[in-house]
Design a protein around this ligand. Sequence first.
Ligand SMILES: NC(=O)c1ccc[n+]([C@@H]2O[C@H](COP(=O)([O-])OP(=O)(O)OC[C@H]3O[C@@H](n4cnc5c(N)ncnc54)[C@H](OP(=O)(O)O)[C@@H]3O)[C@@H](O)[C@H]2O)c1
Length: 277
Amino acid sequence: MNLQDVSRQYDLSGRTFVITGGTGVLGREVTAALLGCNAHLAILSRNPEAAEKMIQQLPRGGGRPLVLRGDVLDKKSLDIAARSILGEFGRIDGLVNAAGGNNPHGTTSPTMSFFDLPEEALRFVTDLNLLGTILPSQVFGKPMAEKGEGVILNFSSMNAFRPLTRIAAYSAAKAAVTNFTQWLAVHMAQEYSARIRVNAIAPGFFLTEQNRFLLTDRDTGALTARGKKIMEHTPLARFGQPEDLVGAVLWLLSPASRFVTGIVLAVDGGFSAYSGV
Ligand SMILES: NC(=O)c1ccc[n+]([C@@H]2O[C@H](COP(=O)([O-])OP(=O)(O)OC[C@H]3O[C@@H](n4cnc5c(N)ncnc54)[C@H](OP(=O)(O)O)[C@@H]3O)[C@@H](O)[C@H]2O)c1
């Protein structure tokens, strides 16, 4: 294999991908990367108008973006989106399940004990991350099973390997996403086709607008106590930047990883490998 052969693996011309969470801080980077690699891309969002605006600002390759309304917890909306995508592009080759996240009410704190965490918040976080991965996999995985070919990429988290303090529901839900990734990889290969692969990435600490002031001081930009602790446990000694995900994501979605299924790839600067000693 030479450089030309390798580059060809990442040219996704003529393929159609679906992404949930493609408007998020990390998801947006995947959206841009897939469009940059010439894929047709259906972006599902609860707010298609905002998603459409975001897409207008992205450079794109030869593929076409299609923004559709879709809620990962509403299977009917996913079924309607699938019909539109098949109508527009005639095929679905890949799915990225990037929708997910935590909820501050599902987090313990000096004023909120584990015993008092509201059921509603716990249910929200587990549903969004776990069911929000399973339902799109059912809807968009079915055409892949029918065709005998496809690729699914889930978003787990490095706290699925070893839970972080405070975020009980989010840690449990992401551990379940990891488990589901392995389960679906085996199921698709054994029941449908060895040409369907299912993997996940596990992002580590990325400095985003949601956590910036938990990890750095608002006035000075210096690390907070929590930020320092993270840095001391990250061998590569920095927070991730959204574009740090792109190489891992494109590798797992492209034929370059054609013999890889059922893995969860940590993109965490070594955090999950380091015991702290
Ligand atoms: N940020 C991090 O540091 C980090 C670390 C580890 C893992 N992760 C995981 O990586 C993934 C992407 O994170 P991110 O930082 O890009 O997220 P984000 O910026 O918080 O954005 C959340 C995304 O999820 C979508 N979403 C939320 N609820 C939805 C629903 N019911 N139906 C459809 N879409 C829904 C939103 O889309 P619309 O608002 O357009 O509907 C948005 O695109 C998530 O699974 C997250 O848990 C993130």
